[in-house]
Write a protein that binds this ligand. Structure first.
Ligand code: SF4
Length: 684
């Protein structure tokens, strides 16, 4: 009998471990797979193929079940005692010789609020703010721009009220594949009832199918497009004069800026038809309620923060803020990317987005912890990796796979190679674990309890559906032991509820929530005493910043990092329905076996013809940073001059090609615009 056959499973209402929608799932005894339950988001218990396959990883033969330590160059089985002894020995040496900033902590956007909270607490108790999570790689630019303009970097509206929109303006997102339950249960029914969909994306995909209008924007040229839409709105008097007067500032300067915008020129630069651009402006500007829904196509640029600023101008010009069916709504990727950031797994803010520079916030936290967190902001994820082997000597990577997910992967591999001591805490022996000195076997979503926070700010509870395999441990227990061994403090939290209580005491946005009160429902932040389940629509009478007005900001176009030679194509990337992020979990599931056909490079027929490439051929995609080999799908769905591939695979490792320059504000990489040469390797 195998270990997995001996394990026991039970049905308890939990939350899907994949995307930020946060559907309720649980164990289904008769099928041995996951089933939906009527939860706050998926109220009819509906789930997508990823959610249905969520138990595949739980019960996988490749699970890590014992700690591993590196001996003689190889990772070998170890006891927990020896694994922790080595961690304490190495980290203590670095702390003693170079101080806490010689350490880096990567938290996990698909683990619970409690686990992320405790990991950032460990880092800060040791004396460093070098803690980040992979929100850095997906929506940090969105958060930066929204925080600067509105005071909060999260969905302004709720999934529920988005059903009231007259127009959806979906830009750089593909919810039909990446957030399937949002698309099927919230957006599509409204579209069928007459809501218009404007889809702005370099390729046609499943989201485009029901669209009234598709603008196939050239990657890296969103700002000229958005400025031209703003210029059309103002020029044709489609802006909301009362809202602009009462709730914005800087209109005169912004209008002067827009008067200089050449719509024909910008449309050509953005690669869209000028009449279509004007039509998009009319659809958005004339709607009573228009909702912007945005994704990584906007945020993952070295000018990602500026992209989002240009987008926010549209909502402010037209008064699409502070009521049902409007707003600016970033769809968060992983199931707890929102929560990991909320609870302080970021280098510049403490739990609840309180700046590390804020003396009063640090003092309040010191009252709870007994130790004041450091006041110098730490480094972000990619900045930390770039310093490995230099002033960063040790790292702790929890539930992330940066060898696959970070840009310029060859440079990332060299950086990990140069690190003196790496701990990887995960459920599989990931590509990153191959560089580790100690590997700690953690728990899957089904083997733990705690809270996660979904894309529309709802805090929900996960519950245990399976016991642990072998000597794997609950993630919370591992981080508790790490904290108590590395610091002088006790980490006496019996259960996640005790950690959640502490979060509500130190994080103003979670204040007043209770673990029991969440139950099988949700509590949404902000959570003032007079709102029974939290505030749904933000910025109604004033912005969360406390200001009555938000500024309209002129945004100039910034050229992409890579210039494109005549023989080159622009590589852009995204997700597909069947997989998730680095694929560390989904690559091992049965879903992959059925859908391998998605592992291709999409290329336009004209670009393929120019290179003598036919559908199904194998091509080499290369630039100065690296090279990958991949099969092609010749399709007019992708715009000419652009190729598309997913980033889910370690082979081919698409991020090998991606530049590592960062947005100057949010430090997000430029994943969506990479210069490549595509050449035929073999005929199909
Ligand atoms: Fe899970 Fe997202 Fe699918 Fe819902 S939509 S089942 S949260 S992957």
């Amino acid at each position: 009998m195998t270990d997995s056959e001996k394990r026991s499973f039970r049905s308890q209402p939990s939350v899907c471990p994949f995307c930020g929608v946060g559907c309720g799932i649980e164990y289904h005894p008769s099928s041995g797979t996951a089933r939906g339950w009527p939860a706050p988001v998926n109220r009819r218990g509906e789930i997508c193929p990823k959610g249905a396959a969520a138990f595949d990883a739980v019960d996988d033969d490749e699970r890590l079940t014992e700690p591993l330590v590196r001996d003689g160059g190889r990772l070998v089985k170890s006891s927990w005692k020896e694994a922790f002894r080595r961690i304490v020995e190495a980290y203590s040496t670095f702390l003693h010789e170079d101080g806490a900033d010689a350490l880096a902590f990567f938290a996990s956007s698909n683990c619970t609020n409690e686990e992320n909270y405790l990991l950032q607490k460990v880092a800060r108790l040791l004396g460093t703010n070098n803690i980040d999570n992979c929100a850095r790689l997906c929506h940090s630019s969105t958060v930066a721009a929204m925080q600067a303009r509105f005071g909060l970097g999260a969905m302004t509206n709720t999934l529920e009220d988005l059903k009231d929109a007259d127009v959806y303006f979906i830009i750089g997102a593909n919810p039909a594949e990446q957030h399937p339950i949002i698309f099927r249960s919230y957006l599509l029914p409204a579209i069928r009832n007459g809501t218009d969909l404007v889809h702005i994306d370099p390729r046609q995909n499943d989201t485009t199918r029901p669209a009234s209008l598709h603008l196939p924007v050239r990657p890296g040229y969103d700002i000229p497009l958005l400025n031209s839409i703003a210029a059309t709105i103002v020029d044709e008097g489609l802006h909301d004069e009362a809202f602009v007067h009462d709730r914005t500032s800087g209109f005169d300067e912004f209008r002067s800026f827009l008067e200089e915008v050449d719509i024909e020129e910008n449309a050509a630069l953005s690669g869209v038809d000028a009449d279509d651009l004007r039509r998009a402006a009319h659809l958005y500007g004339e709607a009573e309620r228009a909702a912007i829904i945005t994704g990584m196509g906007m945020s993952q640029h070295h000018c990602g923060t500026d992209n989002v600023h240009a987008l926010l101008n549209l909502a402010l010009l037209t008064g699409n803020i502070g009521k049902p069916g409007v707003g600016v709504n970033p769809l968060r990727g992983q199931n707890n990317v929102q929560g990991a950031s909320d609870v302080g797994a970021l280098p510049d803010v403490l739990p609840g987005y309180q700046s590390v520079l804020d003396d009063e916030a640090r003092a309040r936290i010191a009252d709870e912890w007994g130790v004041e967190p450091p006041s110098t902001p730490g480094l972000t994820e990619v900045e930390l990796t770039h310093r490995f082997g230099d002033d960063i000597r040790g790292a702790y990577v929890f539930g992330e796979n940066p060898i696959v997910t970070e840009p310029n992967a060859n440079r990332v591999a060299d950086a990990f190679d140069s690190l003196e001591f790496l701990v990887v805490h995960d459920i599989f022996r990931t590509e990153t674990a191959e560089y580790a000195d100690v590997v700690l076997p953690g728990s899957t979503w089904a083997e733990k309890a705690g809270t996660v926070t979904n894309t529309d700010r709802q805090v929900m509870r996960m519950r245990t559906n399976a016991d642990l395999p072998g000597n794997a441990r609950r993630d919370l227990d591992i981080i508790r032991e790490l904290g108590s061994r590395l610091t002088d403090l006790e980490f006496n939290y019996d259960e996640p509820a005790a950690v959640f209580e502490e979060i509500t005491r130190v994080s103003p946005i979670y204040a007043g929530m209770t673990y029991d009160g969440i139950g099988t429902a949700s509590q949404r932040w902000p959570y003032p005493k007079d709102a029974s389940s939290g505030v749904g629509i933000l910025h109604v009478d004033e912005y969360e910043s406390g200001d009555e007005r938000a500024t309209l900001v002129p945004i100039e176009h910034v050229n992409p990092v890579d210039s494109i030679d005549d023989d080159e194509l622009v590589l852009t990337t995204g997700r597909v329905l069947q997989h998730f992020n680095s694929g560390a979990v989904t690559r091992r599931s049965g879903v992959l076996m059925r859908m391998r056909s998605e592992d291709v490079l999409q290329i336009h027929p004209d670009d393929a013809f120019d290179r003598g490439i036919s559908d199904g051929d194998t091509v080499q995609v290369e630039n100065d940073r690296g090279s990958v080999t991949i099969q092609v799908d010749v399709t007019p769905a992708i715009r000419r001059g652009t190729v598309f591939a997913t980033f889910h695979y370690a082979d081919p490792l698409i991020n090998t090609l991606v530049p590592d320059e960062l947005d100057s504000v949010a430090k997000i990489p430029e994943y969506k615009h990479t210069a490549t040469r595509v050449t035929l390797v073999t005929d199909s």
